[in-house]
Design a protein around this ligand. Structure first.
Ligand code: NAD
Length: 337
């Protein structure tokens, strides 16, 4: 990946504040000479019968072909006869792992200033398999599906991530003392993969104890891997440790090495179009995309400029207690590059 041959990446600006914060990413990338050429795709205004969703087949093909993409928040269209946008992306691109780096932002004071951990959530099965039914009146049942294939795949990704990012420990989070079969199988798969990575320390932590440890001392953890529901909850808990969803990036990993980065927050209709949105989460998500592409120099340069701007404190958006517009904050980041 040299600077002379640009890498094509799909960009979904999304809805609400999406286009404003996507513009901020495009500007920062341009100023930092990132060798990326964006292929922009918008959510359609009618259902594409090939995807049964407002997301077009062409936009999904673009991600498949490019292998990397960045997604802004998408508002959920109301009405029947279509699949949710996020569900369509997850199913069609087989996005099996959701990766959330979580680190303290220097200068933005929260309860802890030493958070530096990664949550990796299995994203396709578990309690979110959508298999629920009523057995008889007053009794319902929900099936929690854990498969060897999906568990090995996410465990493999977690150890690969730890190794390639210079991390030295992976903790599998579970409740296998109660969910003996399902979480038991998940742990068995993690152990198998751990044996292939003797240089990475491996431990198993029960979910309830994990919550207590995270709240008391988040520095106890490094990389955490877990089934779907636990990952949903723990990753938000971790976002809270560093200042909330407006700052937290994420990246979805799919079949064949696809990486689709996205901010964790929604389309913020209350402030859309007002030049007020904080672009940090989408920018840091774009940084995770650069790291996936192993463009670490560019990733470091942009990440340091973002952190430097926030820590300096002269330009901050309203959600961080400042009064800067999206464009002034973006310009300040560019000045810090
Ligand atoms: P939201 O995250 O859009 O907004 C919650 C609050 O946080 C609002 O007050 C908003 O102004 C603020 N906020 C969010 N991001 C911000 C940012 N970058 N800068 C400053 N303030 C920010 O959540 P919501 O209101 O529950 O959802 C709105 C829409 O977004 C819904 O249609 C929902 O379905 C969709 N949504 C999409 C995604 C996604 O695409 N991944 C995720 C969550 C919600």
């Amino acid at each position: 990946s040299s600077a002379s041959t640009p890498i094509r990446a799909t960009l979904f600006p999304g809805d609400g504040i999406g286009p404003e914060i996507a513009e901020s990413v495009k500007q920062v990338f341009r100023e930092a000479d990132v060798p990326i050429e964006w292929e922009e795709h918008y959510v359609g205004t009618e259902i594409d019968p090939r995807t049964q969703s407002f997301l077009t087949w062409e936009s999904l093909e673009s991600v498949r072909k490019n292998g990397v993409g960045l997604k802004g928040p998408m508002a959920t269209p109301i009405g029947k006869g279509h699949r949710s946008l996020n569900l369509t992306l997850r199913k069609e691109l087989n996005l099996y792992a959701n990766v959330r780096p979580c680190y303290s932002l220097p200068g933005y004071k929260t309860r802890y200033d030493n958070v530096d951990l990664i949550t990796i959530r299995e994203n396709t099965e578990g309690e979110y398999s959508g298999l629920e039914h009523q057995v008889v009146r007053g009794v319902v049942e929900s099936l929690k599906i854990i498969t060897r294939q999906a568990s090995l795949r996410v465990a493999e990704y977690a150890f690969h991530y730890a190794k390639s990012h210079g991390r030295d420990r992976v903790s599998a989070i579970h409740k296998a003392n109660i969910m003996q079969k399902t979480d038991g199988l998940f742990l068995k798969c993690c152990r198998e993969v751990a044996e292939k990575y003797p240089e990475i320390k491996y431990e198993e932590v029960v979910i309830d104890n994990c919550c207590m440890m995270l709240v008391k001392n988040p520095a106890l953890f490094d990389v955490l891997v877990m089934p779907n529901l636990y990952g949903d909850i723990i990753s938000d808990l971790c976002a809270g440790l560093i200042g909330g969803l407006g700052l937290t990036p994420s990246c979805n990993i799919g079949e064949g090495g696809i990486a689709l980065a996205e901010a964790v927050h929604g389309s913020a209709p209350d402030i859309a179009g007002k030049n007020l949105a904080n672009p940090t989460a989408l920018l840091l998500s774009a940084v995770t995309m650069l790291r996936h592409l192993e463009l670490h120099d560019k990733a470091d340069r942009i990440q340091n400029a973002i952190l430097g701007t926030i820590s300096e404190g002269k330009f901050r958006t309203a959600d961080l207690g400042g009064s800067s517009s999206t464009s002034d904050f973006t310009q300040a980041i560019i000045d810090h590059l």
